[in-house]
Write a protein that binds this ligand. Sequence first.
Ligand code: ADE
Length: 351
Amino acid sequence: MGIERIVSTTVPEDNKEQEEIIEKSLRPLSFDEYIGQERMKNNLKIAIDAVKKRRASAAADGDDADKNATLDHILLYGPPGLGKTTMAGVIAHELGANLKITSGPAIERAGDLASILTNLQDGDVLFIDEIHRLRRAVEEVLYSAMEDFKLDITIGKGPAARSVRLDLPNFTVIGATTRTGSLAGPLRDRFGMLHRLEYYTEPEIEQIIARTANILNTKIEPAATHLLATRSRRTPRIANRLVRRVRDYADVNGDGIIDAPIATRALDLMEIDDLGLDPADRNLLRLMEENYGDRPVGLNTLAAITGDEATTIEDYNEPYLLQIGFIERTPRGRLITEKAKQHLHNNKTVV
Ligand code: ADE
């Protein structure tokens, strides 16, 4: 069993690399360790147990058909940071399978996908992050691979070209996307299970914070755990990031123990307000209020006035702002709510 990354990335700077190592070491490996998303976990446990049972009984009575029983393909969707990659790791671990990780943008050509698929072994789990960003030509190869574990490829060019169908091992695709809407219908239809990751409850985020602090060997007081949880936007990735930053602050400005006053000072320094909004969120809201007031504004206009990518606003800022009722989506664009305006006015001191 193991995890292999097959995305091509540039070499990260030291600090980023260090953070990635910590991030990975914080990831739970089993359903028992994974906090929250209870409904999804219950459904997945049943599917995994069924596959294991089929394999075991096939092995016992020499039934070839079920020997390679495979977990159905799974689509995980929802806002970033809620644990899609982590869940893929847990599924592979619980299944006793290898996990291969790649992403939509990393698979540039159909040939890249062919090489990934032909290198899989029976039972492997292939995690494709940002699956909505797969190119059309790549997507089409993936259809038949997912449907009947066959790879259709064309060899040669022009009149001499011929198409061949290769057998592939039985594997499971776990696709992750922030938007199901952008996924082509035929691709979505090839997933036997679709699961939406929900925002976590505050008590769940508190548990995640306590677990992370424990793994990092850092003492954190309950009042500080609560404070960080209220500012984590109900998102584990953000909660874990805050724990690491506040831990740095406590090591430099205190005795390493995270208590409420230390956490408050560290969060103020990061300009994270009492709802967990950062300067980029507040800037977005302020520009909406100042320039549009009670009128809706289109996403591309918002991107132009903030200088951010439309996809960054749509994937990172907007989901939580919608969730807490700070913006509304109307057919004519995004609208800032009274609640958001009130929050901005109450937080005038923070930029
Ligand atoms: N770290 C990140 N997400 C987590 C989760 N859902 N449970 C436990 N630890 C986590």
